[in-house]
Design a protein around this ligand. Structure first.
Ligand code: B3K
Ligand code: ZN
Length: 890
């Protein structure tokens, strides 16, 4: 298996118009009959038909009802003697596969005794021989046959057209999907499932049946999923004019799933983590995640399914756009400007702690990559989250209405097609003639072709005599693998100037007739740009990149007093939060680099603490926003700012900052807790979830402060809350406070929690994860993780459970993982190899925990390298893991 390159794309030599699939479902051996109508693609020179296959057993091939000759080229089925000319012909292929042995969870697999499929990107070839590529679209008719008692529910895409009894206690169902679709959107489900159902009428008057299928014990956890689905249907129609195009829309949950969910046409398959929620088992974060993933998969029905990708290099065409859409959906549902800002901040935190490091490491790739060894490795935060930022920049450049016009034109032109990122960009520009975007389109498209996070460097100078404020802004972008040099990007920088009174100064560039109030978006296109603002009466504080208007690193030398001014006054809530982050980041970096032990005592100065106290006590700010401002930048984001990374030093400084924040603001934390801790009957709305978030942070801080002086009151309250909290958010926050502060009650609290939730897999995942990413004190976490893996409820085979221990430790606990004795890396290598033997996708994700190894300080660096080399040298490595470790070592 070799590298696939974007520029090697060639259209298929054959089209498949229709597919009839018949499944005889049996866990040990499932028989699949695939009857296809194909025809030659007249635009391509005649060549043999090459059908993809993977771990299939071929029994028979028939051409137009007759046996026919074929040969195998590796796993590819090759047919050479096909009819000439362009007339359609019929091919029948009989194969078998072994669902219960399918540990990769790609293709047809078992979960909890039920059948599920996952076909994106290349799983359909594990079900039957096919042109398994997204630009080959067909209509599907699917018949499922199975034992009726064991598999009472039989589902596939589209509409149910027939069902009935068969001999020997078996039954069948036939489904027809009228929409042309690529094979990656095929799905089937068979098992003992129950559904929450809802009939809805949309604003255009059409009626639909919505169903959420789960295992029988889980029906009481489907209300939020159904509400989220209803909101999604209504929102897409209202905001983008995109209606539901199916009579029936189904969601099915499984507890064994590599990804979060899958947008199969009309039959979305979900990881239970993104469907099931009730107040006693799911946190506010879970409620939000269910809403956004349900939205995301539903929105794919248009952006992904109606218009799909020509090839997998275009993955961000559907993923970046659909993430953008789900982010907008969540913001629109959140409602108030403050709640929207909180969503935006949360998205940016994720982008910076995951995508920025990816773009700075060995796996860095453009939003539209140029090559891959294994496409599964490219379902990345760059394709998804950076891709969404690129889509957001279109909206910033052409406005909401212009963006809507672009979307309309995109569907007018491409509905039913498999297209490219270029097609999307062109539709956006053509619908907005005369706009900056249309003018700058070729340059704007560098966001698709150049990897790396651009750096925008800004410097301001006030001239009191001339009453001008001059900003010199330059951009650059670091080299990334295969791309030593970059051309300038189009970067929209939304900005304002904040006056001494805290208000925005009216903005007037020297060539403008008049001033504008508030923010203005400057579009950078050159390496360096100078902006001169006139009629500025006093020196302002620049507030750049408001709302995080571009996915860049802003490098601007603001003094602490200027940052505190923004923290106190900026009219843009994102930048208000950002000022607090930059203040903390400056301190953290200074203390990390000083290397002195004394730097760990009282790292935060009084003015900084005073500024944070003012936010915490602020009479108008929302609790959710306060919690974000009072949360210090995470260790990954800090590491990303440094040339040489000593994870232990970063951790020590972060802990010292947190301890000081806890003790010095103790009275304020107690006040905040009293204000927020009782939110009454549980609802997941932004106001009450914001209060829970601030109360949780306060309790954490109060337990941390208590650890300094042996106070027993707050740990006692936390323990009580673990016992009697009315919802999972408060309970988990209290448990977190005890475990993270290292209090002696933590052990008992963990036992309590376990006893309460031992039969709730998703809650148990939290219990495992909390212990795996708890702060390391004296190297105790790795042995604890090894112990957790011996727990009777642990299983490496279940992706959620494996991730709850291994990812929580290797990705989520830098100080526990990066040990001076290298034991964390040895453990990592062992687990990557163990996982790779049966589930390469989960293994490859874990392998990425070493992405940043080359920037580690010694002795970590050499030990990390040795561990990666050991994995790389292993015989029989999957393509998935091989690609990750090979890139890491290049
Ligand atoms: N499109 C799927 C991703 C499937 C992952 C394949 N390895 C989920 C999503 O982005 O909606
Ligand atoms: Zn998606």
């Amino acid at each position: 298996s070799a590298v696939t390159r974007r520029l090697d794309y060639a259209p298929p030599a054959f089209w498949i118009d229709s597919v009839e699939l018949t499944f005889d479902l049996d866990p040990a051996k499932t028989r699949v009959l695939n009857r296809m109508r194909l025809r030659r693609n007249p635009d391509v020179p005649a060549q043999p038909l090459r059908l993809d296959g993977d771990e299939l057993n071929l029994s028979r091939v028939m051409l137009a009802g007759q046996g026919c000759s074929f040969r195998m080229d590796g796993e590819t089925l090759v047919l050479e003697n096909l009819p000439e000319g362009n007339a359609p012909f019929e091919l029948e292929i009989f194969t078998t596969c072994y669902p219960e042995k399918n540990s990769k969870l790609m293709g047809l697999f078992m979960s909890g005794g039920d059948f599920f499929t996952q076909c994106e990107a290349e799983g359909f070839r594990r079900i039957t021989y096919f042109l398994d590529r997204p630009d080959v679209m067909a209509t599907y008719t699917v018949t499922l046959r199975a034992d009726k008692a064991r598999y009472p529910v039989l589902l596939s895409n589209g509409n149910l057209t027939d069902e009935g009894e068969l001999p020997d206690g078996r039954h069948f169902a036939t489904w027809h999907d009228p929409h042309n679709k690529p094979s990656y959107l095929f799905a089937l489900v068979a098992g003992k499932l129950v559904a929450r159902e809802q009939r809805i009428a949309t604003r255009s008057g059409s009626e639909h049946l919505l169903q959420v299928y789960v295992r029988p014990g889980d029906l009481d956890k489907t209300e939020h999923a159904m509400n989220s689905l209803i909101h999604s249907v209504l929102w897409d129609e209202a905001r983008f004019g995109l209606p539901l195009d199916l009579e029936r829309f189904m969601i099915v949950a499984t507890s064994d799933f590599n990804a979060g969910a899958m947008e199969n046409k009309g039959l979305n398959i979900f990881n239970t983590k993104y469907v099931l929620a009730k107040p006693s088992t799911a946190t506010d974060g879970d409620y939000d995640a269910v809403e956004s993933v349900i939205g995301h998969e539903y929105f794919h029905n248009w952006t992904g399914n109606r218009v799909t990708c020509r090839d997998w290099f275009q993955l961000s065409l559907k993923e970046g756009l659909t993430v953008f859409r789900d982010q907008e959906f969540s913001m629109d549902l959140a409602g108030t400007p403050s709640a929207r800002a909180v969503k935006r901040i949360e998205n940016v935190i994720d982008l910076r702690s995951a995508q920025f490091p990816e773009d700075a490491g060995p796996m860095a790739h453009p939003v539209r990559p140029d090559e891959y060894l294994e496409i599964s490795n490219f379902y990345t935060t760059t394709i998804y989250e950076k891709g969404a930022e690129v889509v957001r920049m279109y909206q910033t450049l052409i406005g909401r209405e212009g963006f809507r016009k672009g979307i309309d034109l995109y569907f007018q032109r491409h509905d039913g097609q498999a297209v490219t990122c270029d097609d999307f960009a062109q539709a956006m520009a053509d619908a907005n003639e005369g706009s900056d975007l249309a003018r700058l389109l070729p340059q704007f498209k560098r966001w698709y072709s150049q990897a790396g996070t651009p750096v925008v460097k800004a410097q301001g100078r006030y001239d009191a005599a001339a009453r001008t404020y001059t900003l010199t802004v330059s951009q650059s972008c670091p080299a990334t693998p295969g791309q030593p040099r970059k051309e300038p990007f189009v970067i929209p920088v939304q900005m304002g100037l904040v006056g001494a009174d805290g208000r925005d100064v009216p903005l007037q560039l020297d060539h403008w007739q008049q001033a504008v109030q508030g923010s203005h978006t400057v579009v950078l296109t050159e390496g360096e740009t100078t902006l001169t603002f006139i009629h500025v009466d006093a020196e302002p504080v620049p507030s750049l990149l408001r709302g995080f208007s571009a996915p860049v690193e802003l490098d601007i030398d603001l003094a602490p007093a200027q940052l505190m001014h923004l923290l106190a006054h900026d009219s843009d809530p994102f930048n208000r939060w950002e000022a607090g982050q930059q203040l903390a980041l400056q301190t953290a970096i200074e203390k990390i680099e000083s290397g002195a032990d004394t730097a760990l005592a009282q790292p935060l100065n009084d003015a900084h603490l005073q500024a944070l106290r003012a936010v915490l006590r602020h009479p108008q700010l929302d609790a959710a926003f306060k919690a974000l401002v009072l949360t210090l930048p995470d260790e990954d984001y800090i590491a990303d700012q440094l040339d040489t990374v000593d994870p232990q030093r970063i951790h020590a400084v972060c802990e010292a900052m947190a301890r000081q924040l806890a003790t010095e603001l103790r009275a304020d934390w107690a006040w905040a807790y009293e204000q927020c801790h009782d939110t009454g009957a549980y609802t997941p709305d932004p106001v009450s979830s914001g209060k829970r978030s601030l109360a949780g942070l306060a309790l954490h801080m109060l337990c941390l402060a208590a650890q300094q002086d042996g106070d027993a009151v707050w740990p006692g309250k936390a323990y009580q809350r673990v016992k009697d909290a009315g919802n999972m958010t408060d309970r988990l926050n209290a448990l977190h406070a005890l475990v993270y502060s290292g209090h002696e009650l933590a052990g008992r609290a963990l036992e309590r929690f376990y006893t309460l939730f031992k039969d709730e897999p998703l809650a148990l995942d939290k219990w495992f994860a909390l212990q795996s990413h708890a702060p390391d004190r004296g190297g105790h976490i790795l042995p604890a993780v090894r112990q957790l893996m011996k727990h009777p409820d642990f299983s490496l085979r279940n992706p959620n459970r494996a991730r709850s221990v291994l990812s929580a430790f290797c990705h989520g606990n830098p100080a526990g993982f990066h040990r001076r004795d290298a034991a964390g890396y040895v453990f990592w290598a062992d687990q990557v190899l163990a996982l790779d033997a049966f589930n390469p996708q989960v293994a490859a994700r874990l392998a990425r925990a070493m992405d940043a190894w080359a920037r580690l300080a010694e002795p970590y660096r050499a030990a990390a390298r040795a561990a990666i080399e050991r994995v790389a040298a292993h015989a029989g490595l999957s393509n998935d893991v091989r690609e990750v470790v090979t890139r890491a070592l290049t």
